[in-house]
Ligand binder design. Structure first.
Ligand code: URA
Length: 273
């Protein structure tokens, strides 16, 4: 990645899976920050700062919008790069927020889940990675301040549910998330439902493939992390998306809107407004 002008102004790193979504997010941030009346050094248009075609990164004033691809290996790669950039740029007090999509567990499709804890497949708040041949574990704390901040930006007139609960991160979309409709499946619907109900009973309300890795790595770097994902379906009712592409697009806008409100609120506080 080419670091043109990170400087110490980067305060928020927003990340989600797809390149297009994060380009659109950057454009949305630019529009909202430009209209905010805040004293900010903003570009006139968004520019992708990455040389690779695997990732995109846009800097919009104090916000970096970066995609992370699918799953923890892809996420951990980009987080290493971004954390190094932030260190070289002397950035402190940075908040990382993953905004994305997920599979809901016992929630209405379209619900936004703000994670208060990121847990693994055993519902434990740990992220594990073999390092020089030894399996290592790290805790996966999410920032209470970010959780509360995001919650305070939800408005009754938004007209959709927001829940604050655990997000479970898995290493796989199909068997890892107990789906029956992958290429391989040697368990029954009963096994699947028993597992998902156990997840629900342990406080899990959605499943993604990144939350634990994000929480652990951001914590190791001494920054703060949050995760706000929309649930595209309720996994207790099925494995496949049933919402129309148009409805899904509306739902996918929910985390970005919430996160931009949070960023504006924080920037206003920082500028004493
Ligand atoms: N992302 C996931 O990881 N799982 C889902 O079910 C939907 C989106």
């Amino acid at each position: 990645m080419r670091d043109t002008s990170l400087r110490s102004t980067s305060r928020f790193v927003c990340t989600g899976g797809s390149t297009t979504r994060m380009e659109n997010f950057a454009k949305f941030v630019l529009k909202e920050l430009s209209a905010s009346g805040l004293q900010l050094d903003l570009p006139t248009a968004v520019e992708n700062l990455c040389r690779t075609d695997r990732y995109v990164m846009y800097k919009v004033g104090p916000v970096l919008s970066v995609n992370h691809g699918i799953g923890m290996p892809s996420l951990s790669t980009v987080l290493n790069e971004v954390i190094k950039l932030l260190r070289y740029a002397g950035c402190t007090d940075v908040v990382f927020i993953r905004l994305g999509t997920s599979g809901g567990v016992g929630v209405e499709p379209g619900t936004v889940v703000i994670a208060d804890e990121a847990v693994n497949h055993e519902f434990r708040p740990v992220y594990q990675l073999p390092v020089v041949g030894q399996l290592r574990s790290w805790p996966t704390p999410l920032s209470g301040e970010v959780v509360e901040g995001l919650k305070s930006c939800c408005l009754p007139e938004d007209g959709y549910d927001v829940v604050i609960n655990k997000t479970m991160a898995t290493d796989d979309f199909y068997e890892g998330q107990a789906r029956l409709d992958g290429a391989f499946c040697d368990y029954t619907e009963e096994d699947k439902l028993a597992y998902l109900k156990e997840a629900y009973d342990n406080g899990v309300r959605n499943i993604d493939k990144e939350a634990t890795c994000l929480a652990a790595m951001v914590n190791r770097a001494n920054f703060k992390a949050g995760v706000a994902c929309v649930a595209l379906l309720n996994r207790l009712e099925g494995d496949d998306y049933t919402a129309s592409p148009e409805t899904s697009r509306i739902w996918e806008q929910r985390p970005p809107v919430l996160v931009v409100r949070y960023i504006l609120k924080r920037l206003r506080e920082m500028q004493g407004q």
